[in-house]
Design a protein around this ligand. Structure first.
Ligand SMILES: [Zn+2]
Length: 176
């Protein structure tokens, strides 16, 4: 749609087709520029589009407005494997309702303030914020059960007396 908007969007192979504003929220409809996708099993490229079921992903806010992306979810057919596969997108994890960068942002914001505060600012329920935080926490855990950066950050936050984070890391420890 607009080259400047695409530049700001900063997502590979994606262009903004339209932009709608509604109740202090912005909805950006994306179009993917790549015509084929590689099969996760044999890695061969397929351009045989089977179906497209767009999804809505929450992304980082634009100019203080909660922002959602309408992203095509395309299914292709692989002749080699004789099966259908869903295109993998580098900016989202399978099955999530948020972009990776948004989840990363929430994870960092929670560590700087609290889940309650982030929930208010982002106008997302506490449960959703907690869900994102836990998901990110699990993602950051390195294979082999090694501890991650996040815990270190949480510990230093505890040191500063952030009660919520202290309770949270306790909860996470218990659950893992
Ligand atoms: Zn294949």
């Amino acid at each position: 749609m607009d080259i400047h908007l695409d530049t700001l969007l900063k997502l590979p192979n994606a262009t903004v087709e339209s932009c709608v504003q509604q109740d202090h929220e912005a909805y950006l409809k994306l179009r993917l520029l790549n015509e084929d996708a590689s099969c996760p099993q044999c890695e061969q490229l397929s351009s045989e589009l089977h179906q497209n079921r767009p999804i809505l992903l929450r992304d980082l806010s634009i100019f203080g407005q909660a922002t959602y992306l309408k992203v095509p979810r395309r299914q292709f057919y692989c002749h080699n494997c004789q099966c259908y596969f869903t295109e993998s997108l580098s900016f989202m994890n399978e099955g999530r309702q948020y972009t990776r960068r948004y989840e990363e942002h929430i994870y960092q914001q929670v560590q700087l303030s609290s889940m309650e505060q982030v929930s208010r600012v982002e106008r997302l329920s506490f449960d959703r914020i907690q869900g994102i935080f836990k998901y990110q926490y699990a993602q950051k855990k390195l294979p082999g059960g090694q501890e991650l950066n996040g815990l270190g950050l949480m510990k230093s936050a505890n040191g500063k007396g952030t009660k919520t984070l202290s309770q949270l890391s306790e909860t996470l420890r218990l659950e893992n």
